[in-house]
Design a protein around this ligand. Structure first.
Ligand code: FES
Length: 79
């Protein structure tokens, strides 16, 4: 499996809304980070769905190396 493109060196802080779903970009190619814009079409990656259970701020992974997709796990500090 190839590696996703590193979209950012830091996570994306996003205010999510309870009951809404979000599609996190796993390939790193999206121009609308951290969300999928369909750019993964010719890659082996597919977006990861995040369903907000409360309205709050979450940190979506930007380096695309997180082990707990789609959220930041601190991996951007190591790779
Ligand atoms: Fe990256 Fe869809 S654009 S997963």
């Amino acid at each position: 499996m190839s590696k996703p493109k590193r979209a950012s060196d830091t996570p994306y802080a996003v205010d999510v809304e309870s009951g809404r779903s979000y599609l996190w970009c796993a390939c790193g190619q999206s121009k609308n980070q951290p969300f999928c814009d369909g750019s993964h079409k010719d890659t082996e990656f597919t977006p990861v769905k995040y369903e907000a259970t409360e309205s709050t701020k979450v940190l979506f992974c930007g380096c695309k190396g997180t082990a707990s997709q789609p959220l930041c796990d601190g991996s951007h500090k190591q790779i």
